[in-house]
Write a protein that binds this ligand. Structure first.
Ligand SMILES: [Zn+2]
Length: 295
């Protein structure tokens, strides 16, 4: 991932979806990357995947130092399917309520809140009607570090789903068509996908993609309540920023880590508090154009 968006490192085509087949292609990938890849670590920090036992087991075997995380979109999809499965006997009107309980767990902003949400899932009146649901959630909770956002850190940069890369490949490159043999699939990857990324990064390099700039402008506009004298510099890298809405609440921005203690910034995403620190650090004034501020 970079400022221009995610770049695929490799595309692996397997004959099937068994652990052996996954292991063989992941081993090839590891060999191709070499022992000093990924910033000298030889392994990615994490993998964000669907909940496939074969895929996750193979990744764990080939890259034992990487964290195996789950995409929260696919987890939610899987939970909803479980709730709608007739053999689980969940009343239609109860399904959204139970699903909301699960959402409170995975989207909790702290491990304490996540624990409270889990306890509520076990004790709410609707949950108590379905012991199979409580058992199902307890099994999920044992793997909370894989899917519960509160247990993730800033290195995720706020990315909790693998949907974007999947959508680029399935929607844009393959246009939702099924390739009937490997040759067509390889051709799509080597021609259509290559062209897509060449065009995309050419546009980015020539400043023709405005989305990122507009996003930074938007965050900068939100930070205008902050005056220079309201910001306390702890040291060269850390700054204390008052909240706009909560009186007395102070957030801490770590300039080098790209981290803020507010709800948005604590998972590594850019927030208005970080933007204002960057602006001050770079001596950018409010009168500068967005291009000058962030170029
Ligand atoms: Zn913040």
């Amino acid at each position: 991932m970079n400022a221009g968006g995610a770049v695929p490192l490799a595309l692996l085509i397997t004959e099937g979806q068994t652990a052996e087949e996954y292991t063989s292609v992941f081993t090839l990938l590891k060999k191709a990357i070499g022992e000093f890849g990924f910033g000298g670590l030889g392994s990615p920090y994490c993998f964000l995947t669907d909940d496939s036992d074969a895929e996750r087991m193979s990744l764990g075997n080939v890259f034992p130092n990487a964290k195996l995380l789950l995409c929260i979109f696919h987890i939610g999809q899987s939970i909803w399917r479980w709730l709608c499965n007739a053999k689980h006997n969940i009343l239609e009107e109860d399904r959204p309520i139970l699903f909301r309980l699960f959402q409170q767990m995975y989207s909790a902003r702290s491990t304490i809140q996540a624990q409270e949400a889990f306890e509520l899932t076990n004790t709410s009146n609707i949950s108590l009607k379905y012991l199979n649901w409580i058992k199902y959630m307890s099994k999920y909770w044992e793997r909370k570090e894989c899917w519960c956002v509160a247990y993730r850190d800033t290195r995720m940069r706020g990315n909790q789903t693998n949907n974007f890369t999947v959508r680029i490949f399935k929607d844009i490159i393959l246009q939702r068509y099924k390739s009937y043999n490997g040759v067509i699939l390889v051709d799509s990857i080597c021609t259509d996908e290559e062209k897509y990324y060449v065009d995309k990064y050419s546009d980015y390099a020539h400043g023709r993609i405005d989305k990122k700039r507009f996003h930074l402008q938007f965050e900068f506009d939100k930070s205008k309540y902050l005056k220079k004298e309201m910001i306390v510099k702890k040291d060269d890298d850390n700054f204390l920023i008052p909240s706009e809405t909560i009186t007395g609440k102070i957030y801490e921005v770590d300039f080098t880590l790209g981290h803020c203690t507010c709800e948005i910034g604590r998972f590594g995403k850019i927030c208005k508090h970080q933007i204002v620190v960057y602006s001050l650090h770079l001596n950018i004034s409010e009168d500068d154009t967005a291009e000058e501020r962030y170029s």
